[in-house]
Design a protein around this ligand. Structure first.
Ligand SMILES: Nc1ncnc2c1ncn2[C@@H]1O[C@H](COP(=O)(O)OP(=O)(O)OP(=O)(O)O)[C@@H](O)[C@H]1O
Ligand SMILES: [Mg+2]
Length: 438
Protein backbone atom coordinates (compact mmCIF):
# COMPACT_ATOMS: atom_id res chain seq x y z
CA UNK A 1 0.00 0.00 0.00
CA UNK A 2 1.08 3.56 -0.64
CA UNK A 3 2.39 5.39 2.46
CA UNK A 4 -0.15 8.21 2.08
CA UNK A 5 -2.99 5.68 1.96
CA UNK A 6 -1.68 4.07 5.13
CA UNK A 7 -1.45 7.45 6.86
CA UNK A 8 -4.92 8.37 5.64
CA UNK A 9 -6.35 5.16 6.99
CA UNK A 10 -4.70 5.85 10.34
CA UNK A 11 -6.16 9.36 10.22
CA UNK A 12 -9.65 7.96 9.78
CA UNK A 13 -9.06 5.82 12.79
CA UNK A 14 -7.72 8.74 14.85
CA UNK A 15 -10.66 10.86 13.69
CA UNK A 16 -12.99 8.25 15.16
CA UNK A 17 -11.01 8.53 18.38
CA UNK A 18 -11.46 12.32 18.34
CA UNK A 19 -15.22 11.92 17.81
CA UNK A 20 -15.30 9.43 20.65
CA UNK A 21 -13.52 11.88 22.95
CA UNK A 22 -16.16 14.50 22.10
CA UNK A 23 -18.97 12.04 22.76
CA UNK A 24 -17.52 10.96 26.07
CA UNK A 25 -17.15 14.62 27.07
CA UNK A 26 -20.88 14.97 26.30
CA UNK A 27 -21.58 12.00 28.55
CA UNK A 28 -19.68 13.53 31.45
CA UNK A 29 -21.31 16.92 30.87
CA UNK A 30 -24.73 15.26 30.94
CA UNK A 31 -23.94 13.80 34.35
CA UNK A 32 -23.24 10.21 33.27
CA UNK A 33 -20.39 8.21 34.76
CA UNK A 34 -17.56 6.86 32.63
CA UNK A 35 -15.23 4.11 33.78
CA UNK A 36 -11.76 5.40 34.66
CA UNK A 37 -10.39 2.29 32.93
CA UNK A 38 -11.79 3.63 29.68
CA UNK A 39 -9.67 6.78 29.95
CA UNK A 40 -6.57 4.84 30.91
CA UNK A 41 -7.02 2.61 27.85
CA UNK A 42 -7.71 5.65 25.67
CA UNK A 43 -4.63 7.54 26.81
CA UNK A 44 -2.43 4.45 26.57
CA UNK A 45 -3.59 3.90 23.02
CA UNK A 46 -2.95 7.50 21.98
CA UNK A 47 0.44 7.41 23.66
CA UNK A 48 1.54 4.13 22.08
CA UNK A 49 -0.06 4.41 18.70
CA UNK A 50 -0.32 8.07 17.79
CA UNK A 51 2.58 9.66 19.64
CA UNK A 52 4.85 6.60 19.57
CA UNK A 53 4.24 5.22 16.11
CA UNK A 54 2.09 7.29 13.76
CA UNK A 55 3.89 10.59 14.32
CA UNK A 56 7.29 8.95 14.55
CA UNK A 57 6.83 7.36 11.14
CA UNK A 58 5.78 10.64 9.56
CA UNK A 59 8.71 12.50 11.11
CA UNK A 60 11.35 9.94 10.25
CA UNK A 61 10.39 9.19 6.68
CA UNK A 62 7.80 11.38 5.00
CA UNK A 63 8.55 14.76 6.52
CA UNK A 64 12.31 14.25 6.40
CA UNK A 65 12.16 13.52 2.68
CA UNK A 66 9.91 16.54 2.07
CA UNK A 67 12.34 18.84 3.83
CA UNK A 68 15.15 17.51 1.67
CA UNK A 69 13.26 18.22 -1.54
CA UNK A 70 11.64 21.53 -0.75
CA UNK A 71 12.65 24.63 1.16
CA UNK A 72 9.03 25.73 1.54
CA UNK A 73 8.14 22.49 3.31
CA UNK A 74 9.47 24.01 6.51
CA UNK A 75 6.61 26.52 6.81
CA UNK A 76 4.08 23.70 6.91
CA UNK A 77 6.12 21.04 8.66
CA UNK A 78 7.58 23.19 11.45
CA UNK A 79 4.08 23.73 12.81
CA UNK A 80 2.96 20.13 12.35
CA UNK A 81 6.09 18.75 13.94
CA UNK A 82 5.84 21.17 16.85
CA UNK A 83 2.39 19.66 17.41
CA UNK A 84 3.93 16.20 17.26
CA UNK A 85 6.45 17.21 19.92
CA UNK A 86 3.79 18.76 22.17
CA UNK A 87 1.50 15.75 21.87
CA UNK A 88 2.89 13.73 24.79
CA UNK A 89 2.79 16.74 27.16
CA UNK A 90 -0.83 17.52 26.26
CA UNK A 91 -1.74 13.93 26.89
CA UNK A 92 0.15 13.99 30.18
CA UNK A 93 -1.90 17.03 31.24
CA UNK A 94 -5.10 15.04 30.68
CA UNK A 95 -3.68 12.14 32.65
CA UNK A 96 -2.84 14.47 35.53
CA UNK A 97 -6.41 15.81 35.52
CA UNK A 98 -7.70 12.26 35.47
CA UNK A 99 -5.58 11.31 38.48
CA UNK A 100 -6.67 14.42 40.37
CA UNK A 101 -10.37 14.16 39.62
CA UNK A 102 -11.04 10.43 39.76
CA UNK A 103 -13.90 10.55 42.29
CA UNK A 104 -15.87 13.00 40.22
CA UNK A 105 -15.10 13.08 36.55
CA UNK A 106 -18.78 13.69 36.10
CA UNK A 107 -19.48 17.36 35.37
CA UNK A 108 -15.81 18.09 36.04
CA UNK A 109 -15.60 21.16 33.84
CA UNK A 110 -11.84 21.42 33.63
CA UNK A 111 -11.49 17.80 32.56
CA UNK A 112 -14.36 18.06 30.09
CA UNK A 113 -12.85 21.20 28.57
CA UNK A 114 -9.47 19.45 28.46
CA UNK A 115 -11.01 16.56 26.53
CA UNK A 116 -12.81 18.82 24.07
CA UNK A 117 -9.67 20.88 23.47
CA UNK A 118 -7.63 17.76 22.88
CA UNK A 119 -10.15 16.40 20.37
CA UNK A 120 -10.26 19.72 18.54
CA UNK A 121 -6.46 19.89 18.28
CA UNK A 122 -6.36 16.33 17.01
CA UNK A 123 -8.89 17.07 14.28
CA UNK A 124 -7.13 20.30 13.31
CA UNK A 125 -3.82 18.47 13.06
CA UNK A 126 -5.25 15.74 10.84
CA UNK A 127 -7.00 18.27 8.60
CA UNK A 128 -3.85 20.30 8.17
CA UNK A 129 -1.73 17.26 7.31
CA UNK A 130 -4.19 16.15 4.66
CA UNK A 131 -4.88 19.63 3.31
CA UNK A 132 -1.38 21.15 3.42
CA UNK A 133 1.26 18.47 3.80
CA UNK A 134 -0.12 15.71 1.54
CA UNK A 135 -0.50 17.84 -1.60
CA UNK A 136 3.00 19.20 -1.11
CA UNK A 137 4.38 15.68 -0.66
CA UNK A 138 2.73 14.59 -3.90
CA UNK A 139 4.19 17.59 -5.64
CA UNK A 140 7.79 17.61 -4.46
CA UNK A 141 8.70 13.99 -3.76
CA UNK A 142 10.33 11.97 -6.52
CA UNK A 143 9.56 8.32 -7.36
CA UNK A 144 12.79 7.19 -5.65
CA UNK A 145 11.73 8.98 -2.43
CA UNK A 146 8.42 7.13 -2.47
CA UNK A 147 10.14 3.77 -2.90
CA UNK A 148 11.98 4.24 0.39
CA UNK A 149 9.01 5.77 2.22
CA UNK A 150 6.56 3.11 1.05
CA UNK A 151 8.99 0.36 2.00
CA UNK A 152 9.37 1.80 5.50
CA UNK A 153 5.62 2.14 5.97
CA UNK A 154 4.96 -1.34 4.66
CA UNK A 155 7.66 -3.05 6.73
CA UNK A 156 5.86 -5.75 8.67
CA UNK A 157 8.85 -6.67 10.81
CA UNK A 158 9.57 -3.19 12.14
CA UNK A 159 9.44 -3.32 15.96
CA UNK A 160 7.62 0.02 16.14
CA UNK A 161 4.99 -0.37 13.44
CA UNK A 162 5.25 -3.89 12.10
CA UNK A 163 2.66 -6.62 12.49
CA UNK A 164 3.59 -7.42 16.10
CA UNK A 165 3.29 -3.79 17.18
CA UNK A 166 0.01 -3.48 15.30
CA UNK A 167 -1.41 -6.43 17.19
CA UNK A 168 -0.55 -4.59 20.41
CA UNK A 169 -2.28 -1.40 19.25
CA UNK A 170 -5.30 -3.48 18.29
CA UNK A 171 -5.36 -4.94 21.77
CA UNK A 172 -5.32 -1.45 23.32
CA UNK A 173 -8.05 -0.28 20.96
CA UNK A 174 -10.12 -3.32 21.89
CA UNK A 175 -9.89 -2.24 25.54
CA UNK A 176 -11.16 1.24 24.69
CA UNK A 177 -14.10 -0.10 22.68
CA UNK A 178 -14.98 -2.61 25.39
CA UNK A 179 -14.84 -0.15 28.29
CA UNK A 180 -16.45 2.83 26.55
CA UNK A 181 -19.94 3.76 27.80
CA UNK A 182 -22.74 1.84 26.14
CA UNK A 183 -23.92 4.81 24.08
CA UNK A 184 -20.65 4.84 22.14
CA UNK A 185 -18.96 1.51 22.88
CA UNK A 186 -19.70 -1.88 24.39
CA UNK A 187 -20.13 -0.62 27.95
CA UNK A 188 -18.29 -3.50 29.64
CA UNK A 189 -16.71 -3.36 33.07
CA UNK A 190 -13.75 -5.55 32.11
CA UNK A 191 -11.89 -6.05 28.86
CA UNK A 192 -10.68 -9.44 27.71
CA UNK A 193 -8.03 -9.90 25.10
CA UNK A 194 -8.11 -10.22 21.36
CA UNK A 195 -5.86 -13.08 20.43
CA UNK A 196 -3.41 -12.51 17.66
CA UNK A 197 -1.54 -15.61 16.72
CA UNK A 198 0.14 -15.50 13.36
CA UNK A 199 -1.71 -17.02 10.47
CA UNK A 200 -1.07 -20.49 9.15
CA UNK A 201 -1.46 -19.38 5.56
CA UNK A 202 -1.80 -22.40 3.32
CA UNK A 203 -2.43 -21.13 -0.18
CA UNK A 204 -4.92 -23.67 -1.52
CA UNK A 205 -8.51 -22.92 -2.46
CA UNK A 206 -11.05 -23.39 0.32
CA UNK A 207 -14.07 -22.09 -1.58
CA UNK A 208 -14.53 -22.27 -5.35
CA UNK A 209 -17.68 -20.87 -6.84
CA UNK A 210 -18.36 -21.17 -10.57
CA UNK A 211 -21.25 -19.87 -12.64
CA UNK A 212 -23.46 -19.40 -9.61
CA UNK A 213 -26.97 -18.16 -10.33
CA UNK A 214 -29.88 -17.52 -8.02
CA UNK A 215 -33.37 -16.10 -8.49
CA UNK A 216 -36.25 -14.64 -6.53
CA UNK A 217 -39.16 -15.83 -8.62
CA UNK A 218 -38.50 -14.31 -12.03
CA UNK A 219 -35.92 -11.82 -10.77
CA UNK A 220 -32.42 -13.14 -11.34
CA UNK A 221 -30.35 -11.77 -8.45
CA UNK A 222 -27.09 -13.62 -9.25
CA UNK A 223 -26.13 -14.00 -12.91
CA UNK A 224 -23.15 -16.34 -12.96
CA UNK A 225 -20.66 -15.64 -10.18
CA UNK A 226 -17.10 -16.97 -10.28
CA UNK A 227 -15.22 -16.43 -7.06
CA UNK A 228 -12.50 -18.14 -5.07
CA UNK A 229 -11.33 -17.89 -1.47
CA UNK A 230 -8.04 -19.52 -0.49
CA UNK A 231 -7.23 -20.89 2.95
CA UNK A 232 -6.29 -18.15 5.39
CA UNK A 233 -7.43 -15.37 3.07
CA UNK A 234 -9.61 -12.41 3.88
CA UNK A 235 -11.67 -11.65 0.79
CA UNK A 236 -13.94 -8.63 0.57
CA UNK A 237 -17.05 -8.42 -1.57
CA UNK A 238 -18.18 -4.87 -2.23
CA UNK A 239 -21.00 -3.46 -4.29
CA UNK A 240 -23.91 -1.04 -4.25
CA UNK A 241 -27.27 -1.63 -2.58
CA UNK A 242 -29.16 -4.43 -4.25
CA UNK A 243 -26.10 -5.77 -6.10
CA UNK A 244 -26.69 -9.25 -4.68
CA UNK A 245 -24.11 -9.46 -1.89
CA UNK A 246 -26.49 -10.78 0.74
CA UNK A 247 -28.08 -13.18 -1.75
CA UNK A 248 -24.61 -14.53 -2.56
CA UNK A 249 -23.73 -15.20 1.09
CA UNK A 250 -27.13 -16.80 1.69
CA UNK A 251 -26.60 -19.05 -1.31
CA UNK A 252 -23.21 -20.11 0.06
CA UNK A 253 -24.67 -21.04 3.42
CA UNK A 254 -27.51 -22.91 1.72
CA UNK A 255 -30.52 -20.90 2.91
CA UNK A 256 -31.11 -19.43 -0.55
CA UNK A 257 -31.57 -21.86 -3.47
CA UNK A 258 -29.25 -21.71 -6.45
CA UNK A 259 -30.47 -22.25 -9.99
CA UNK A 260 -27.15 -22.89 -11.75
CA UNK A 261 -23.43 -23.27 -11.11
CA UNK A 262 -21.46 -25.03 -8.43
CA UNK A 263 -19.98 -24.45 -4.99
CA UNK A 264 -16.94 -26.46 -3.97
CA UNK A 265 -15.71 -26.31 -0.39
CA UNK A 266 -12.44 -27.84 0.65
CA UNK A 267 -12.33 -29.81 -2.59
CA UNK A 268 -15.87 -31.20 -2.38
CA UNK A 269 -19.01 -30.22 -4.22
CA UNK A 270 -21.48 -28.93 -1.64
CA UNK A 271 -23.97 -27.41 -4.10
CA UNK A 272 -26.73 -29.74 -2.95
CA UNK A 273 -25.77 -29.99 0.71
CA UNK A 274 -28.32 -28.91 3.33
CA UNK A 275 -27.51 -25.72 5.19
CA UNK A 276 -27.02 -27.39 8.60
CA UNK A 277 -24.53 -29.79 7.03
CA UNK A 278 -22.63 -26.84 5.56
CA UNK A 279 -22.38 -25.36 9.06
CA UNK A 280 -21.06 -28.70 10.25
CA UNK A 281 -18.33 -28.47 7.62
CA UNK A 282 -17.41 -25.03 8.90
CA UNK A 283 -19.29 -22.49 6.78
CA UNK A 284 -20.58 -20.11 9.46
CA UNK A 285 -22.63 -17.05 8.64
CA UNK A 286 -23.08 -13.82 10.56
CA UNK A 287 -26.09 -12.43 8.71
CA UNK A 288 -27.03 -8.93 7.64
CA UNK A 289 -28.87 -7.02 10.35
CA UNK A 290 -27.37 -9.30 13.03
CA UNK A 291 -30.60 -11.32 13.49
CA UNK A 292 -30.04 -12.39 17.07
CA UNK A 293 -33.01 -14.03 18.78
CA UNK A 294 -34.26 -11.17 20.92
CA UNK A 295 -36.29 -12.97 23.58
CA UNK A 296 -33.65 -15.67 24.05
CA UNK A 297 -30.83 -15.29 26.58
CA UNK A 298 -27.47 -14.23 25.20
CA UNK A 299 -25.85 -17.50 26.20
CA UNK A 300 -28.60 -19.48 24.48
CA UNK A 301 -28.06 -17.45 21.33
CA UNK A 302 -24.41 -18.44 21.48
CA UNK A 303 -25.27 -22.09 22.06
CA UNK A 304 -27.43 -22.02 18.95
CA UNK A 305 -24.30 -21.24 16.99
CA UNK A 306 -22.75 -24.44 18.34
CA UNK A 307 -25.67 -26.78 17.66
CA UNK A 308 -23.60 -28.79 15.21
CA UNK A 309 -20.70 -29.25 17.67
CA UNK A 310 -20.24 -31.78 20.49
CA UNK A 311 -21.40 -30.53 23.91
CA UNK A 312 -18.00 -30.31 25.58
CA UNK A 313 -16.62 -28.24 22.76
CA UNK A 314 -19.38 -25.67 23.15
CA UNK A 315 -18.43 -25.01 26.79
CA UNK A 316 -14.83 -24.42 25.78
CA UNK A 317 -15.82 -22.14 22.91
CA UNK A 318 -18.17 -20.15 25.15
CA UNK A 319 -15.23 -19.32 27.40
CA UNK A 320 -13.16 -18.31 24.39
CA UNK A 321 -15.88 -15.95 23.18
CA UNK A 322 -16.42 -14.56 26.69
CA UNK A 323 -12.69 -13.88 27.00
CA UNK A 324 -12.94 -11.79 23.85
CA UNK A 325 -16.18 -9.99 24.80
CA UNK A 326 -16.56 -9.96 28.60
CA UNK A 327 -19.72 -7.86 28.21
CA UNK A 328 -21.48 -10.91 26.75
CA UNK A 329 -20.51 -12.90 29.84
CA UNK A 330 -21.66 -10.14 32.17
CA UNK A 331 -25.05 -10.13 30.47
CA UNK A 332 -25.27 -13.80 29.48
CA UNK A 333 -28.59 -14.48 31.26
CA UNK A 334 -30.35 -11.44 29.77
CA UNK A 335 -32.46 -11.55 26.60
CA UNK A 336 -30.36 -10.68 23.55
CA UNK A 337 -32.91 -8.01 22.65
CA UNK A 338 -31.74 -5.92 25.61
CA UNK A 339 -28.27 -5.49 24.08
CA UNK A 340 -27.16 -2.33 22.28
CA UNK A 341 -26.59 -2.49 18.50
CA UNK A 342 -22.84 -2.84 18.94
CA UNK A 343 -23.20 -5.57 21.54
CA UNK A 344 -25.63 -7.41 19.25
CA UNK A 345 -23.10 -7.27 16.43
CA UNK A 346 -20.43 -8.80 18.68
CA UNK A 347 -23.00 -11.44 19.65
CA UNK A 348 -23.77 -12.20 15.99
CA UNK A 349 -20.07 -12.61 15.19
CA UNK A 350 -19.54 -14.67 18.34
CA UNK A 351 -22.48 -16.92 17.50
CA UNK A 352 -20.85 -17.64 14.13
CA UNK A 353 -17.54 -18.34 15.90
CA UNK A 354 -19.29 -20.93 18.08
CA UNK A 355 -19.63 -23.09 14.94
CA UNK A 356 -15.79 -23.22 14.72
CA UNK A 357 -15.73 -21.65 11.26
CA UNK A 358 -13.29 -22.68 8.59
CA UNK A 359 -14.95 -20.05 6.42
CA UNK A 360 -16.60 -17.14 8.17
CA UNK A 361 -19.20 -15.20 6.18
CA UNK A 362 -19.73 -11.68 7.49
CA UNK A 363 -22.55 -9.57 6.05
CA UNK A 364 -22.11 -5.82 6.70
CA UNK A 365 -20.82 -6.19 10.26
CA UNK A 366 -20.09 -2.47 10.69
CA UNK A 367 -23.53 -1.28 9.57
CA UNK A 368 -25.18 1.22 11.88
CA UNK A 369 -22.47 1.17 14.55
CA UNK A 370 -20.97 4.08 16.51
CA UNK A 371 -17.60 5.24 15.07
CA UNK A 372 -15.57 3.63 17.85
CA UNK A 373 -17.23 0.28 17.17
CA UNK A 374 -16.86 0.48 13.40
CA UNK A 375 -13.12 0.42 13.95
CA UNK A 376 -13.45 -2.25 16.63
CA UNK A 377 -15.34 -4.55 14.25
CA UNK A 378 -12.48 -4.27 11.77
CA UNK A 379 -10.01 -4.95 14.59
CA UNK A 380 -11.91 -8.08 15.54
CA UNK A 381 -11.92 -9.24 11.91
CA UNK A 382 -8.16 -8.69 11.68
CA UNK A 383 -7.61 -10.66 14.88
CA UNK A 384 -9.76 -13.52 13.56
CA UNK A 385 -7.80 -13.57 10.33
CA UNK A 386 -4.57 -13.64 12.34
CA UNK A 387 -5.94 -16.70 14.13
CA UNK A 388 -6.05 -18.39 10.76
CA UNK A 389 -9.79 -18.15 10.05
CA UNK A 390 -10.65 -17.68 6.39
CA UNK A 391 -13.10 -14.83 5.92
CA UNK A 392 -15.46 -13.60 3.23
CA UNK A 393 -16.50 -10.08 4.16
CA UNK A 394 -19.36 -8.09 2.66
CA UNK A 395 -19.08 -4.41 3.52
CA UNK A 396 -20.66 -1.09 2.67
CA UNK A 397 -17.59 0.47 4.26
CA UNK A 398 -15.53 -0.26 1.16
CA UNK A 399 -12.46 1.73 2.14
CA UNK A 400 -11.97 -0.06 5.45
CA UNK A 401 -12.76 -3.43 3.88
CA UNK A 402 -10.20 -2.97 1.10
CA UNK A 403 -7.68 -1.83 3.71
CA UNK A 404 -7.70 -5.20 5.46
CA UNK A 405 -8.58 -7.55 2.58
CA UNK A 406 -6.04 -9.70 0.79
CA UNK A 407 -8.27 -9.68 -2.27
CA UNK A 408 -11.58 -8.18 -3.24
CA UNK A 409 -14.39 -8.56 -5.75
CA UNK A 410 -16.83 -5.91 -6.93
CA UNK A 411 -20.38 -7.09 -7.54
CA UNK A 412 -22.75 -5.11 -9.76
CA UNK A 413 -26.34 -6.23 -10.37
CA UNK A 414 -25.56 -9.90 -9.96
CA UNK A 415 -22.21 -9.98 -11.80
CA UNK A 416 -18.59 -9.71 -10.72
CA UNK A 417 -17.23 -6.74 -12.65
CA UNK A 418 -13.79 -6.39 -11.07
CA UNK A 419 -11.42 -8.29 -8.82
CA UNK A 420 -7.89 -7.93 -7.55
CA UNK A 421 -5.77 -7.48 -4.44
CA UNK A 422 -7.15 -5.19 -1.75
CA UNK A 423 -4.31 -2.79 -2.49
CA UNK A 424 -4.86 -2.69 -6.26
CA UNK A 425 -8.56 -2.22 -5.82
CA UNK A 426 -8.15 0.73 -3.47
CA UNK A 427 -5.92 2.35 -6.12
CA UNK A 428 -8.32 1.56 -8.96
CA UNK A 429 -9.89 4.73 -10.40
CA UNK A 430 -13.21 3.04 -11.12
CA UNK A 431 -13.46 1.69 -7.56
CA UNK A 432 -12.33 4.96 -6.04
CA UNK A 433 -15.01 6.84 -7.92
CA UNK A 434 -17.84 4.39 -7.31
CA UNK A 435 -17.20 3.13 -3.79
CA UNK A 436 -14.61 5.23 -2.02
CA UNK A 437 -16.25 8.55 -2.79
CA UNK A 438 -13.12 10.01 -4.39
N1 LIG B 1 -36.69 -11.74 -0.62
C1 LIG B 1 -36.55 -11.17 -1.82
N2 LIG B 1 -37.54 -11.22 -2.74
C2 LIG B 1 -37.39 -10.66 -3.95
N3 LIG B 1 -36.29 -9.99 -4.36
C3 LIG B 1 -35.29 -9.90 -3.49
C4 LIG B 1 -35.35 -10.45 -2.17
N4 LIG B 1 -34.19 -10.20 -1.52
C5 LIG B 1 -33.45 -9.50 -2.39
N5 LIG B 1 -34.09 -9.31 -3.56
C6 LIG B 1 -33.57 -8.61 -4.74
O1 LIG B 1 -32.36 -9.24 -5.13
C7 LIG B 1 -31.37 -8.26 -5.49
C8 LIG B 1 -30.13 -8.46 -4.62
O2 LIG B 1 -30.43 -8.14 -3.26
P1 LIG B 1 -29.42 -8.35 -2.07
O3 LIG B 1 -30.16 -8.12 -0.81
O4 LIG B 1 -28.72 -9.64 -2.24
O5 LIG B 1 -28.39 -7.17 -2.35
P2 LIG B 1 -27.23 -6.56 -1.42
O6 LIG B 1 -26.05 -6.37 -2.34
O7 LIG B 1 -27.03 -7.39 -0.24
O8 LIG B 1 -27.81 -5.15 -1.04
P3 LIG B 1 -27.62 -4.26 0.31
O9 LIG B 1 -26.35 -3.49 0.12
O10 LIG B 1 -28.82 -3.35 0.27
O11 LIG B 1 -27.61 -5.17 1.48
C9 LIG B 1 -32.06 -6.94 -5.35
O12 LIG B 1 -32.52 -6.54 -6.59
C10 LIG B 1 -33.20 -7.20 -4.40
O13 LIG B 1 -34.27 -6.31 -4.65
MG1 LIG C 1 -27.15 -6.98 1.77
Amino acid sequence: MHALDIIQEEHRNLWRIAITIDLVADELAAGNTVDVGFFTALFDYIHEFMDGCHHAKEDEYLFLAMRRRSAEAATILDRLQAEHRNGPANLQALRAQLAGGTPSLVRNEAFIAGLRGYAQDLKGHIRSEEKDAFPLAREVLEPEDWVGINAAFGDNTDPLFGEQARAEYRELYHRIATLAPESIGLGGSSAGGLRHLSAAGADSALLQVTGLESCYGRIQALKGIDLEVRKGELVALIGANGAGKTTFLRTLSGVQPMSAGSIRFNGQDISRLRSDLRVRRGICHSPEGRQVFGPLAIEDNLRLGAYTRPRGQAEQDLERVYAMFPILKEKRRLPAGTLSGGQQQMLAISRALMGRPRLLLLDEPSMGLAPLLVEEVFNVIKALKAEGITILLVEQNAFAALGIADRAYVLETGRIVLSGTGRDMSQNEQVRAAYLGM
